[in-house]
Design a protein around this ligand. Structure first.
Ligand code: GLN
Length: 541
């Protein structure tokens, strides 16, 4: 087994996840079987209870594990589907160690960070790599080197290196190369973060310098000299327009060849589809504007998978996506709202704040025939909007928001007695049956689909009949649970209880997103044609 470990220095937010995912892509392109593992040194068991405003979106895996958004990058870049074992947290490791201690598994020993916690970490990594038949195990250590939380993990990595041997191990360290006021590329922060690594007994084999611009040869030489890494292993990772370009930047820098050489792997070039993808992205001509109405819009990472899924659909349809971020709270300040966009998307969400604003956006999309996609909370709010404004149930609402006479959205029965918040929603992939002759069937081109969930509430079965009598179509179900809705006489009005964005990837975009973006493109072309007609009529007058 070969191990590639990725650490980060200087500061967080350097794009270590994208770096790891891009290295993963290069290895996949060489035809190797790669298994990624993300280490999140926080004490939480998983990311499920974390606020997106602090930590970005919570990504949901097929098996229902709620994880850090980096696992989304891995799935999208590498075209794979992961499970909970691919994410290690301090919470999970300590839970295992404490359970073993209570069971008497340590035979009277004093349980310590070294060796018991570090052994638990190494065993976890080796077990996942073995079970998944990996040739290469890619491990990203979250946080920044020097953080107190990551110490046991870096110690475990140090032990792993000496146990596995030099030719089976590579440490890639990602750092920041800032520019000073004179525009000079500064290497001191990198030198310091490498010093921090060395204090922990770890020497980097590769240094990736995140910088506004391409690293100069002189910068590379300096890093090489001070940090004891060959010049060819100092890799420039300058800002790019699109994150999907990063694997190609690494290729240009020879990172794939260097990794193959260091790990004594055969260097192969088996696949070209990523290069074709990036060429396609660079040549997109049209553009559509999509309003994303949510309450976490100030942190763009809170809707990362939505943004990416829109982009993937745009690549498939042939257009760029301009995301217009709309704070749902703001919409509540006005009685009438208006949007100058080609499509409106209301994503997932929780709680009362901003819900009425989202309902206004949905009403606008429905009444003005603007393409609309609702996801999870967005789906539930479209049911409420329809119940209020079409069926006439004025106080229709979700019991998540308010106790009401008409709870059209209500707690799932199995949720009624749940007290604990972590990991207790309806989570993960579920089989869904699509009704014949519906838009859902047209979108998916099949009658059976598998999509990922994350919710506690659902359409109240008592209201299905009355909603359908007024023209709302519930087009797919899992058992007796509603999964999608649509409006037949609308340009495009589709909403899903599940989260299709989690399964979207640039080489295989999510069907509802493709359908939505192509409806938005058509909407744009029709609006342009109308505007042109109006101006030529004016000229004739
Ligand atoms: N808050 C809603 C529920 O729990 C929707 C959740 C979501 O959008 N992910 O059902």
């Amino acid at each position: 087994m070969k191990y590639i470990v990725i650490t980060g220095g200087v500061m967080s937010g350097l794009g270590k996840g994208i770096t790891a995912a891009s290295i993963g892509r290069l290895l996949v392109d060489m035809g190797y079987k790669v298994v990624p593992i993300k280490i999140d040194p926080y004490v939480n068991i998983d990311a499920g209870t974390m606020n997106p405003l602090q930590h970005g979106e919570v990504f949901v895996l097929k098996d229902g594990t709620e994880v850090d958004l980096d696992l989304g990058h891995y799935e999208r870049f590498m075209g794979i589907e992961l499970t909970g074992e691919h994410n290690i947290t301090t919470g999970k490791i300590y839970r295992n160690v404490i359970q073993k201690e209570r069971a008497g598994a340590y035979l009277g020993q004093t349980v310590q960070i070294i060796p018991h916690v570090t052994d638990e970490i190494k065993n976890w990594i080796r077990e996942v790599a073995r079970k998944k038949n990996a040739e290469i195990c890619l491990i990203e250590v979250g946080g920044t080197v020097g953080d107190i939380e990551s110490m046991p993990f870096l110690e475990a990595i140090r032990q792993l290196r000496s146990e596995e041997g030099e030719e089976n191990f590579i440490l890639v360290h990602v750092t920041l190369i800032p520019l000073d006021t004179g525009g000079e590329q500064k290497t001191k922060p990198t030198q310091h973060s490498v010093m921090k690594l060395r204090e922990l007994g770890l020497q980097p084999d590769v240094i990736i310098g995140r910088c506004k611009e391409k690293l100069k040869d002189s910068t590379k030489k300096k890093i090489s000299l001070f940090c004891d890494v060959p010049v060819e292993a100092v890799i420039s990772n300058e800002d790019v327009e699109d994150i999907y370009e990063v694997p190609l930047i690494f290729k240009r820098e020879g990172l794939d060849k260097y990794i193959a050489k260091k790990l004594k792997l055969e260097f192969r070039e088996e696949r070209e589809d990523w290069k074709k993808l990036v060429d396609k992205i660079k040549n997109l001509k049209d553009e559509v504007s999509i309003a994303i109405v949510g309450k976490y819009v100030e942190v763009k990472d809170a809707y990362l998978s939505i943004k990416e899924a829109l982009k993937h659909a745009g690549i498939a349809v042939g257009c760029k996506i301009k995301c217009i971020w709309v704070e749902s709270d703001e919409l509540e300040k006005f009685k009438d709202v208006e949007f100058d966009v080609d499509g409106i998307l209301v994503p997932g969400g929780f709680g009362k704040r901003g819900a009425e604003g989202k309902i206004r956006a949905i009403k606008y999309a429905r009444e003005k025939n603007v393409p609309f996609l609702g996801i999870c909370f967005g789906f539930q709010l479209s049911v409420i909007e329809f119940a209020r404004n079409v069926v006439g149930l004025e106080d229709a609402n979700s019991t998540e928001i308010e106790k009401t006479l008409h709870p059209v959205i209500d707690l799932l029965p199995e949720q009624k007695n749940i007290k604990e918040l972590g990991g207790t929603m309806r989570l993960g992939e579920v089989e869904i049956e699509i009704k014949l002759g519906t838009l859902a069937e047209k979108i998916y081109k099949t009658n059976k689909i598998y999509e990922r969930h994350r919710h506690r509430y659902e359409v109240n079965p008592a209201y299905i009949k009355i909603l359908e009598e007024h023209g709302l179509v519930f087009s797919s179900f899992s058992g007796n649970r509603v999964e999608t809705l649509e409006l037949p006489n609308h340009k495009f009005f589709f909403a899903t209880q599940f989260h299709p964005e989690f399964k979207s990837n640039p080489l295989s975009p999510s069907p509802p997103f493709v359908a939505f973006v192509s409806a938005a493109l058509q909407f744009r072309q029709e609006s342009l044609a109308k505007a042109q007609k109006r101006s030529s009529e004016k000229l004739l007058q």
